[in-house]
Design a protein around this ligand. Structure first.
Ligand SMILES: [Zn+2]
Ligand SMILES: [Zn+2]
Length: 210
């Protein structure tokens, strides 16, 4: 029987982004999801647990989710994956919005482009990519066995902003419909703030209620 994956949360940067390590405890391999800032802190956690990172996945291209891509790729020589419609954000500070807050964040370009329906194999576990635009054009959620990483698409009792460039409210609503189909016990790991469940959000999230 498969040993469940571990998920470790590292909160990084001025707007408190959740960077996640998805860990296979047997092999010690891990995927780094949204290394948004504070590369040293993320690297420290990886070193402390003697983990072996095998890749970076960005749920979308905003600067607060990609800010440590460069340092992590340099340190561990691992590929960066992002949805094909958010690739420009990696290399364009205007697109990733860092230009608007007076910093100029850049990531190396993507190594792998993701799209709807892609399956990422991680140590024999499958992570399914669903395209959930609305917060950005190339936002994705990653569905595993019993959990979903939702980036800035869905949070505990609220949803991602749609008033930024490339945001669109109607599109986000459609994306949320895809998430509503998940089993209610699935745990949500959002891009900011606390974890919650699909069932809990169907009950309490005013933007997610049916
Ligand atoms: Zn965002
Ligand atoms: Zn964010």
């Amino acid at each position: 029987m498969a040993i469940p994956l571990l998920i470790k949360t590292i909160v990084v940067g001025p707007i408190q982004t959740n960077c996640y390590l998805l860990i296979d405890s047997r092999s010690k391999k891990c995927l780094v999801i949204d290394p948004g800032d504070e590369a040293e802190k993320i690297i420290g956690e990886i070193r402390k647990d003697k983990l072996i990172p095998t890749g970076i996945i960005n749920t979308h291209g905003h600067y607060d989710h990609i800010g440590a891509n460069s340092a992590l790729k340099k340190q561990f020589n691992i590929p960066i994956s992002i949805h094909k419609l958010d690739t420009d954000c990696l290399v364009n500070p205007k697109k990733n919005l860092s230009g608007f807050v007076g910093i100029s964040e850049k990531s190396p370009p993507a190594d792998k482009l993701l799209e709807e329906g892609d399956i990422i194999d991680f140590e024999g576990n499958q992570l399914k990519v669903i395209h959930t635009p609305g917060h950005t054009k190339g936002g994705i959620c990653l569905i595993g066995d019993g959990f979903v990483f939702t980036g800035d698409t869905l949070f505990c009792e609220f949803v991602g902003r749609t008033d930024l460039p490339d945001g669109d409210e109607e599109t986000l609503k459609k994306s949320l419909e895809k998430l509503k189909k998940l089993p209610s016990e699935y745990k949500i790991y959002p891009g900011h703030d606390n974890q919650c469940t699909i069932g809990g959000e169907l009950e309490h999230n005013p933007y997610f209620k049916s």
